[in-house]
Ligand binder design. Structure first.
Ligand SMILES: [Zn+2]
Length: 302
């Protein structure tokens, strides 16, 4: 007989999280393993880390990967952070003895599923999740079901065009939401702005130090967060008009700076979203929810 326990894996560019997840989506045990780019080497590392959990009786393995994922084939089509192209991650994990079934999903989509079950306790019908970190990811739960689209790639909310002539995004397009709000881009913009003002940029600039600088009243840092909020508001207004969600959840490290960017975002939403869906939506921020991805991945296993 199989237990109610599942294995969750959240595969990021620098760290992989593994979790033994209990029946109610509770993390029983959590481990972190440094990412190595060779898939086989990575899987044997994960196997060593997960071994003490007695994998045999588990219900299955859910994997979230940052990138373009084919959930039907259980393969990663393209993961730029991992430098992976067409990696059949499901069959590799199966061969290595990870508990079946193995389900593979985009990491932000998995995080949306984790938020739906965990933080929000299914008290939402139509949920949009944005993960604000180095980049901006997104996931959609519509009519209480995960929305994957036709090829499993739905929910790339970080790449909504906010301004066609805007800054260059990592995806090659210009003016994506991510190019304003992604951690990498915030730091890049801050450095450019300091250069313009003939100030020396500190080497260890991070979104958090930019948050602190804005808190101290630094005008350049404040302008940066305002602009990020402006871009977010434009993106969210479109999402509100298209999907009519009851909840929008912002999560991830950069979401911690919400006091600095949400006012501008709310102003744009008020300007651009239609009244009825705007009144119906509840905008929530959970910056501390670090394990949504790994929990959501595990809960993808029925
Ligand atoms: Zn983009």
């Amino acid at each position: 007989m199989k237990s109610g326990y599942r294995l969750g894996i959240d595969l990021g560019g620098t760290l992989v999280k593994l979790a033994l997840v209990g029946p109610a989506g509770r993390v029983v045990s959590l481990k972190e393993v440094e990412t190595v780019l060779n898939p086989r080497d990575l899987i044997s590392r994960l196997k060593r880390a997960a071994e003490p959990w007695r994998l045999k009786g588990l219900r299955g393995t859910g994997v979230g990967v940052a990138g373009d994922v084919d959930p039907v084939k259980g393969a990663v089509r393209f993961a730029p952070n991992l430098k992976w192209k067409n990696v059949p991650i499901r069959s590799l994990l199966r061969k290595a003895g990870f508990p079946a079934p193995v389900h593979v999903e985009n990491d932000a989509t998995a995080a949306a599923w984790g938020a739906y079950h965990g933080e929000l306790k299914k008290r939402t019908e139509n949920l949009i999740v944005l993960t604000l970190g180095t980049g901006v990811g997104g996931g959609l739960v519509l009519d209480r079901r995960l929305y994957r689209g036709s090829t499993g790639t739905a929910g790339e909310l970080g790449h909504i065009t906010v301004d066609p002539g805007g800054p260059l995004c990592g995806c090659g397009n210009r003016g994506c939401l991510e190019a304003y709000l992604g951690g990498i881009h915030l730091v890049r913009w801050a450095k450019a702005e300091m250069l313009r003002r003939k100030r020396k940029a500190p080497a260890d600039l991070t979104p958090f130090s930019l948050f602190q600088a804005a808190r101290r009243g630094d005008p350049a840092a404040r302008a940066l967060w305002n602009r990020a909020g402006w871009a977010l508001g434009i993106g969210l207004a479109s999402l509100i008009n298209i999907f009519n969600p009851d909840t929008i959840l912002l999560t991830g490290g950069v979401a911690g700076a919400h006091p600095l960017f949400l006012p501008a975002a709310r102003r744009e939403i008020a300007k651009r979203a239609f009244l009825t869906p705007r009144r119906a939506v509840f905008l929530r921020v959970f910056p501390q929810s670090k394990n949504l991805g790994v929990i959501g991945a595990a809960l993808l296993i029925p």
